[in-house]
Design a protein around this ligand. Structure first.
Ligand SMILES: NC(=O)c1ccc[n+]([C@@H]2O[C@H](COP(=O)([O-])OP(=O)(O)OC[C@H]3O[C@@H](n4cnc5c(N)ncnc54)[C@H](OP(=O)(O)O)[C@@H]3O)[C@@H](O)[C@H]2O)c1
Length: 352
């Protein structure tokens, strides 16, 4: 049976039924609310094609996918291999605990796995993929080249592939712009990324922690527009016009540290609102925090070593916030500023 995909403008999502549902597959299509002035220029919301073939619908991932400007699809909820699973010495022997935790993530229904050279745990990520027993094509694997080290891009990429034990990644990102002394360095690095993309070994290329001036520099010479910018994004760090800039240029946004207001930045002005909405939807405040990101058409990356929490997070595909609730969280969130990562790179009052 052919799969009917919907091409729609993506912004806030309203759930609609999939047009055709092949057997043994659960597809979920999200359509946007129209008339949203901040709607991204890129198109489509898609059913997510991940899940164990032949398993029952209840065991399937119900995570929606987002179509990127290069035509590829990214699952909108990803499992982070950074932060808690960061390995300080990348040359240390394989850390079985990390492998176990990532396998737990996979078995809980997460197939979009976010890795990076600097997390030091690409071998553990690769091992977890192997131990899951699932075929490569079930996964959406991201890795990133260090954003602080000056190095040969192709060599770094090939080393990442080797450590992962893969012959391609779904997404390769420049982790941060901080290695660059000026726009020319960013432009040269992006040209390297384009060459990797052309080789077919990275299906999608993008950036992370780039601000407007960094993106403007890249766009001046880019042949391939970055598909995505992975940024710290939560109600206490909404960045000033950055997401709108992405939308205007067809660049998707991916949010890390989405639980900041619930976990790290408490107490805060949103505590009561999260509690109120969690009660209304029968979920946890963390799940409200994730949904706030998704309801803006933004990919969300979280992580946990707690199985119950991981399974709970999957509930985000079963409800959605109203546009008024999204707006309420955004408005209240602006009362507080909090940056959890890369603080040494920004002035204390810089929320760009
Ligand atoms: N590109 C970049 O520069 C960059 C930077 C940072 C992160 N990232 C990526 O984004 C991923 C997610 O980032 P993040 O870890 O900051 O995401 P997050 O989803 O905001 O936080 C996840 C952390 O919160 C904890 N947590 C969740 N619910 C909790 C609760 N109710 N009480 C206490 N603790 C709770 C989890 O611990 P438990 O294990 O106890 O659940 C986990 O350590 C990373 O793993 C990485 O892949 C990228």
């Amino acid at each position: 049976m052919s799969i009917a995909l919907r091409t729609v403008q993506l912004a806030n999502f309203t759930r609609i039924k999939a047009l055709s549902i092949p057997e043994n597959r659960f597809y979920q299509v999200f359509a946007p609310l129209s008339n949203n002035p901040t709607a991204p220029a890129f198109q489509a919301s898609l059913p997510c094609k991940i899940g164990k073939t032949g398993s029952s619908q209840s065991k399937m991932s119900q995570i929606p996918g987002l179509k990127l400007n290069d035509g590829n699809e990214i699952p909108m909820l990803g499992y982070g291999c950074g932060t808690a699973r960061y390995k300080a010495n990348p040359n240390a022997p394989l850390d079985q605990e990390t492998v176990k935790t990532i396998v737990l993530g996979i078995n809980s229904g997460y197939y979009h796995l976010d890795g990076a050279e600097v997390y030091g745990n690409e071998p553990e990520l690769g091992q977890a993929i192997k131990e899951s027993g699932l075929p490569r094509e079930k996964f959406y694997i991201t890795t990133k080249i260090s954003g602080i080290k000056v190095q040969d891009t192709k060599q770094a990429f090939e080393l990442s592939l080797k450590k992962l034990g893969l012959d391609y990644v779904d997404q390769y990102l420049i982790h941060a712009p901080f290695f660059a002394k000026g726009p020319e360095d960013l432009q040269a690095k992006w040209a390297d990324m384009e060459a990797i993309h052309a080789s077919g070994k990275a299906k999608t290329i993008g950036v992370s922690n780039f601000l407007k001036p960094d993106l403007e520099a890249v766009l001046k010479t880019a042949k391939v527009v970055p598909a995505i910018n992975q940024i710290e994004y939560h109600p206490y760090l909404q960045h000033d016009g950055l997401v709108e800039f992405h939308n205007k240029h067809g660049i998707a946004t991916s949010a890390y540290a989405p639980l900041t207001a619930v976990v790290k930045a408490k107490p805060g002005p949103l505590d009561g609102t999260y509690e109120k909405l969690a009660k209304k939807y029968g979920v946890t405040p963390g799940e409200i925090a994730l949904r706030w990101v998704l309801d803006q058409g933004i990919v969300v990356l979280t992580t946990s070593s707690n199985e119950q929490r991981l399974k709970g997070f999957l509930k985000v595909s079963q409800f959605k916030l109203t546009s008024e609730e999204v707006e309420e969280i955004s408005k209240i969130g602006k009362q507080k500023n909090f940056r959890g990562f890369w603080q040494d790179k920004f002035a204390a009052d810089d929320w760009s």
